[in-house]
Design a binder for this molecule. Structure first.
Ligand code: FMN
Length: 325
């Protein structure tokens, strides 16, 4: 199991360069950017380009693009991705379920048109000087499950590896991911298959490998507030045990995350993004829901950490067991 790669799945609004740095420091073997609009890049949108910012200390990083026009994707890859040495690969998003994306025939909607999906992949592979990878779902809904067909087309078109989020678009993020489907895909294609969906602990990572025999694991929600999960998984694979996190260590990570965000976004931007991520860091600790509300009312970095430190003191005065999870 040691050789399996475990990394950070693309997460819009989360897998920015600050969080990716934490994930790499926390043991991730790879990471993927937030999804980036090919059209936005094509028309030179500055905001879209900001999503392509990277840091030299990141590890193997893929840029994820979404779009549906083969010519636009090819042009963007050629002009804006090929010159970038900070990306080891370019990933095509065929899984996003968001209405504003699928209404344009992009994200998971591209799976409904396998011919066009094939043309998009071919155009990207032809244009790219790096491996092109694909992230997709089982299909549009339970009556249109076509991941095996898309996987085969991807292989024929020269896609280097597949990441399957084993749910339909209809399921969004609900229910359980169908790991058996990942196994079937693995049996169906020769290119590497990265499993994705519902891995949120070392035990779950092991179970996914056992069920699917996949070549690697991409972790999304499970890494939010837990960028050290990658190291815990590796420890578990190597030794059969792993170190749990203490509240103090979590607080240290929040501090680092916050400070990295301040560098990128300034005080206000960092406060706004940390409000969305903080609940994930403290989730699972006793009484975290109340603290979350308190943090939402905080207006500065100092206030946030006053609240979090006081909470840590309360936890340790209640019981030693409460400061770890
Ligand atoms: C907040 C959020 C943002 C996401 N953004 C993206 C994205 O930009 N591109 C993508 O391919 N998938 C995206 N996903 C899907 C995840 O990469 C992943 O496939 C999904 O959450 C299932 O894996 P998990 O159970 O490990 O979270 C997103 C998911 C969440 C919860």
């Amino acid at each position: 199991m040691k050789s399996k790669k475990v990394g950070l799945a693309p997460l819009a609004g989360v897998s920015d360069l600050s969080f990716r740095r934490l994930a790499f420091e926390g043991g991730a073997d790879f990471a993927v950017t937030e999804m980036v609009s090919a059209k936005g890049l094509y028309y030179g949108s500055g905001k879209t380009q900001d999503l392509m910012a990277t840091h030299p200390e990141e590890g193997d990083l893929s840029l994820q693009l979404f779009g549906h026009e083969p010519e636009i994707l090819a042009k963007v890859v050629e002009d804006q991705v090929n010159p970038r040495e900070d990306f080891v690969a370019v990933d095509l998003n065929m899984g996003c379920p968001a209405p504003k994306i699928v209404k344009n025939g992009e994200g998971s909607a591209l799976m409904k048109d396998s011919l066009l999906a094939g043309r998009v992949m071919r155009a990207m592979v032809r244009a790219s000087n790096k491996p092109v990878t694909l992230k997709f779902r089982l299909g549009w809904d339970k009556d249109h499950i076509n991941y095996l067909e898309i996987g085969r087309i991807a292989q024929e078109e020269g896609i280097a590896s597949l990441t399957l989020h084993a749910r339909t678009r209809e399921a969004m993020y609900s229910g359980k991911a169908d790991w058996e489907a990942i196994r079937k895909l693995k049996d169906h294609v020769k290119i590497p298959v990265i499993g994705n969906g519902d891995v949120d602990s070392p035990e779950a990572a092991k179970a996914m490998l056992e069920v699917t025999a996949c070549d690697g694991i991409a972790i999304g929600r499970g890494a939010m507030g837990h960028p050290f999960l990658f190291r815990q998984i590796k420890e578990y694979f190597e030794k059969g045990t792993y170190r749990v996190m203490t509240y103090d260590r979590v607080l240290e990570l929040v501090r680092r995350h916050y400070d990295l965000e301040i560098r990128e976004r300034g005080e206000r931007g960092a406060l706004l993004i940390m409000r969305t991520q903080l609940p994930c860091y403290i989730e699972g600790f006793f009484g975290a829901a109340k603290v979350r509300k308190e943090v939402n009312g905080a207006g500065t970095r100092e206030e946030v950490f006053d609240i979090l430190s006081a909470y840590g003191d309360r936890l340790s005065s209640l019981s030693k067991d409460l400061v770890q999870r």
